[in-house]
Every structure is written in C-alpha cells, then in structure tokens.
Design a protein around this ligand. Structure first.
Ligand SMILES: [Zn+2]
Ligand SMILES: [Zn+2]
Length: 284
C-alpha cells in the first residue's frame, strides 16, 4: 500500500483548518494519494495509479520490498482515471527525471486518447518514455504465472476519461482496488457481492459524512460517504467486514486519524485499516 489519501494527499494544499494546520507546521506524518504496488514474489513490480507523490512512493516501495538486483524498478503501471491524484506522477518518467524507456502504461481507451492528445503527456508517448497499452472492460492482463489483473468500469465523473477499479488476482485470492466511485447504487456486481467475491477490498472513503466541506457543493464531487457504506454493509457478518479497508481519505476525513472516534467506530465494527507500507499477501 503506497497511499491512503485522496488525490491532493494529506495535509492538503493551502488548508489552514484544524485538520491540516498543525500537520503543515510540524511536518507530522503525511499521507500520499491512493496507490498500490503489486509484486509477484520474484521481484517484478507494477503500480496501480501514478500519483504526484510517485518519487516518495517509489522510495517507500524500495524500502518495504527491496529491489532485486538486476530487476527494473517497475514492469508497468495501471491507471484508473484522469483525476490529478491518479496519473500526474507520469511526469517523473520524462526527460526531466527518470527518462524511462517504453514503460508499459495500461489504460482504458478514453484515457489512452487523453494521454496521446494532450501535452505534456503526449511527449512521453512520442519520445517513447511510456508505451500505452489499451485494456478493455472484462479483459484479463497476465502479469506473471498465476498472477493477473482485471479492470472493472465504475461510475465516476468523467470529464477526461472513464474510470476503472482494478482486481488483482491469483488462482486462490483477489484484491479489489476501488479509490473513486460516485455512488454504490447501480454497481454490478453490487458492493455486498464484491465483498463476498474478494479477499481484500480497498474502497472509496473520500468523505466520512456529507457535512465535511462547508461552502462546497458536494453534488459536484459525489462519493458514497463512509457512513453510507457502513449502513449498506451492516448485514455482513463481521468475518467478511474484515476484508474491507477504507482509503482515499480527503484531508477532512476523521478516519485519517487512527485515534478519532469515527476510526474507533469503524474498527469496532470489524473493518480493517491500512496505512502506507501495509502489505497484503495473496496466496498463489
Ligand atoms: Zn481520486
Ligand atoms: Zn485540511
């Protein structure tokens, strides 16, 4: 796990409210935007989403799962959508920084068009820093023997691209990475079914409740609140609830603080909590 915050990270730019003020002043632990690394057990590594904190997250990955000698930093990247926290780290692959060569970047068709058609991303494609690999709903991309990934389209405000969640699978287990969705209604399979189908779930928890952003129109940035998700999952047995890990926290979300009352409530109901550096093991 390389990041549990919403796109802007924590603390949030310019925020002088209580949530962020002290964190800016005393440099307390920061949280990176949502991103996950996949490692095949033999040193090959992939990223899901490439955030503005990509440099720090790559260093964190090297610390948690040290790079195998002779192995490249990454075999490829999978992108969920074109909101700032999910793809702008690609800038570090260009000439000014890493200067990668033909690094496979797996994207849905609209996202591929967006990157090809707009600078500075188009330059990464033109000079061959990245190689776009188009994926489609229902496809299965083999990463290594017995390890694959599947994109799953979800409804999310789509100014520039479609949005997908990703399911990382082995023959025995799976993990669902779902950082952004407008609402659970209409999702196929349903949220409850997804919890039954996957061993680990990382779910959109941008906002804890819908009174978090006074002065902002929450309808412009729709997300299911954590309170809504808890309600929806309330009939699940506690054993299954442990599969669910909330993440993609906005800076205003009290779940960022593990000691807050809402955090105690969520953990008390049996849900999991992850942090940067957490590792999920998927038995082969
Ligand atoms: Zn996001
Ligand atoms: Zn804040």
């Amino acid at each position: 796990m390389l990041g549990i915050a919403q796109d802007a990270g924590f603390p949030s730019p310019g925020c002088q409210r209580e949530c962020c003020r002290n964190a800016w002043l005393d440099g307390r632990p920061t949280h990176y935007p949502a991103s996950l690394a996949i490692e095949d057990g033999a040193g090959m590594r992939w990223l899901i989403d490439c955030t503005p904190s990509f440099p720090q997250q790559l260093a964190l990955l090297d610390k948690v799962l040290p790079r195998v000698a002779g192995q490249q930093a990454l075999e490829g990247i999978f992108l969920s959508h074109a909101h700032i926290g999910h793809y702008t780290g690609l800038m570090y692959l260009g000439r000014e920084a890493i200067g990668s060569r033909a690094l496979p970047v797996h994207v849905m068709p609209r996202m591929a068009h967006f990157l090809r058609a707009n600078g500075p991303w188009s330059q990464l494609v033109e000079i061959g820093n990245i190689e776009l690999v188009e994926i489609s709903a229902g496809s299965r991309i083999e990463l290594a023997d017995g390890l694959w990934i599947e994109p799953m389209p979800v409804l999310h405000r789509a100014e520039y691209s479609e949005t997908v969640a990703y399911r990382v699978c082995t023959k025995q287990s799976s993990l669902l990475f779902l950082p952004d969705i407008d609402r659970w209604e209409g999702l196929e399979p349903s949220l409850e079914e997804l919890v039954r189908q996957n061993d680990y779930l990382l779910l959109d928890a941008t906002f804890y409740s819908d009174d978090e952003l006074p002065g902002r129109d929450m309808a412009e940035i729709p997300h299911p609140t954590v309170l809504d998700s808890l309600e929806r999952l309330s009939a699940l047995p506690k054993k299954l609830r442990a599969r669910v890990n909330f993440f993609h926290f906005n800076h205003t979300n009290p779940l960022l603080d593990p000691d807050s009352d809402p955090s105690r409530k969520v953990l008390g109901q049996g849900y999991g909590r992850v942090a940067e550096g957490s590792v999920f093991n998927l038995p082969a």
